[in-house]
Design a protein around this ligand. Structure first.
Ligand code: AOF
Ligand code: ZN
Length: 349
C-alpha cells in the first residue's frame, strides 16, 4: 500500500529534487542528490551533492542549517536518495543525520549501490528515527537514471543526438561540412554533452566534420571521454581530436560488438554515453536495441543535396522508444524519445 503523501510533503521533496539539479554535470559517477530540512512546516536548510568529492546533500543541508543559525535538531529531512551508511569520499550521512538530531527522514529513492542497499534506512530506523520511502520516487529515478542504470547493468545509459533538416536529411552534399542548427541549439547540445561521461562518433563523422567533441559553450569541470568507432582504420591521424591532449578512445579494426563496447565503458564508470553520429553509427545502436534516449532535433532548413538519415518515428518506435516531449531549441524543434520512463531495464548480455 503506497504512502499517502500530503501536498506539503510533495512540495518539500520537489524542492530537494530542484536543488539536486545544481550538481548536474559535476557529480558523475555519483548521482544527483538533494536534501531539505523542515521544521514547523518551514524549510530551514537546503543541501545538494555539488561536485564529486564534495559534501553529500544531507551533510551540506546540516551545515546550511547551522550557518543560518537554525538547529537541525528535531527537523524532518527530505532526501532524494537513501542516506549512505559507509565511509567513502565522505563520512556516512546516517551518522550526520543522527548526530544532528533529525527526527524523521523521508526518502524518494532507495540506493542500489551495493554498499548501501537498504542499510542506510535500517541504521536510521535502528536509531529510532522514523523513515518513510517512495515520495516522488519516479521523479527521482528519472533524475538519477544514469546512476541507477549503471548500478543495475554496469554499463552506460545510451543517449543519441541527431540533427536533421526539414526533410530528415543529415547533411548537404552541395556544401562544405558545416553546422546547420542555431546557436541556441548548439548551446543545448553542449549542455547535454556536459551531462555525459563519454561522446561517441563513427569514423565517417571525424573524416567529414573533423570535430573536437569537447564541451566549450558551458562551464565544464571534466571533459567527456571521446570514443571513435573506426572499423576500417580510416580516421586521419591529423584529426583535431587526436591533437588536443585530451583522451580519445580510438576503437580501430573490427570491433563489431557494441554490447562489448558498452561493457568496457561501464568498467570505466561511464554512466551516460552520448552517441553523436552519423546515421550509420546511430543505426547500429538502434538495430541492436541499445538506445535508451534519442534527442531528435529537427531544423527548418532544407538541404539542396540531401543525405537521408533513414531514421524516423517508425524506426524509433521499433527500437522500443516512445516520444515523451517536444520543445523548441532555438530555431529547431527537439523531439525527445525515451524508453526510460517505461522501463529502466536495458540489455547487458
Ligand atoms: C548520500 N548523499 O548526496 C550522495 C550519495 O564516493 P562517495 O563517498 O561520494 O559516495 C558515493 C556513493 O554514495 C554513491 O555511489 C551513492 O551510493 C551515494 N551517494 N549518498 O547519502 C548524497 N551523493
Ligand atoms: Zn552520504
Amino acid at each position: 500500500m503506497a504512502n499517502a503523501w500530503t501536498v506539503d510533503e510533495q512540495q518539500f521533496m520537489q524542492r530537494a529534487l530542484d536543488v539536486a539539479e545544481r550538481g548536474r554535470g559535476k557529480v558523475s559517477p555519483n548521482p544527483l542528490v538533494g536534501c531539505v530540512l523542515v521544521k514547523d512546516g518551514v524549510i530551514i536548510a537546503e543541501g545538494w551533492h555539488d561536485h564529486l568529492g564534495g559534501l553529500h546533500a544531507e551533510q551540506m543541508a546540516i551545515h546550511d542549517a547551522e550557518s543560518n543559525g537554525h538547529s537541525p535538531n528535531g527537523s524532518v529531512a527530505y532526501v532524494t536518495l537513501e542516506p549512505c551508511n559507509h565511509f567513502g569520499r565522505t563520512p556516512p550521512c546516517t551518522e550526520a543525520l543522527m548526530w544532528a538530531g533529525v527526527k524523521e527522514v523521508i526518502v524518494a529513492h532507495y540506493d542500489p549501490n551495493p554498499t548501501v542497499r537498504g542499510k542506510g534506512i535500517q541504521v536510521l530506523q535502528d536509531a529510532g528515527i522514523e523513515v518513510r520511502q517512495g515520495l516522488l520516487e519516479s521523479e527521482a529515478s528519472i533524475q538519477m537514471s544514469p546512476f541507477l542504470h549503471w548500478c543495475e547493468h554496469r554499463r552506460p545509459q545510451v543517449t543519441v543526438k541527431l540533427a536533421v533538416d526539414a526533410n530528415g536529411s543529415v547533411d548537404d552534399r552541395h556544401l562544405e561540412a558545416q553546422r546547420f542548427t542555431s546557436e541556441t541549439c548548439l548551446d543545448r547540445v553542449h549542455m547535454l554533452r556536459n551531462e555525459c561521461d563519454a561522446v561517441l562518433v563513427g569514423a565517417e563523422t571525424v573524416i567529414r566534420d573533423d570535430p573536437l567533441l569537447t564541451v566549450r559553450r558551458v562551464p565544464c569541470e571534466r571533459q567527456p571521454l571521446r570514443v571513435v568507432l573506426d572499423p576500417n582504420n580510416r580516421t586521419p591521424p591529423s584529426a583535431k581530436l587526436f591533437a588536443d591532449g585530451l583522451e580519445t578512445l580510438h576503437m580501430k579494426g573490427d570491433f563489431t560488438s557494441l554490447s562489448a563496447l558498452l561493457n568496457l565503458l561501464g568498467d570505466r564508470e561511464i554512466q551516460r554515453l552520448m552517441v553523436e553520429g552519423g546515421p550509420k553509427t546511430i543505426s547500429s545502436f538502434l538495430d541492436q536495441g541499445l538506445v535508451d534516449e534519442f534527442y531528435f532535433i529537427q531544423s527548418p532548413v532544407v538541404h539542396t543535396e540531401p543525405v537521408a538519415s533513414g531514421i524516423d518515428a517508425k524506426r524509433l518506435t521499433a527500437a522500443g522508444l516512445a516520444l515523451i516531449s517536444t520543445e523548441e531549441w532555438g530555431d529547431e524543434v527537439l523531439h525527445l524519445w525515451s524508453r526510460l520512463n517505461t522501463s529502466t531495464k536495458s540489455n547487458r548480455s
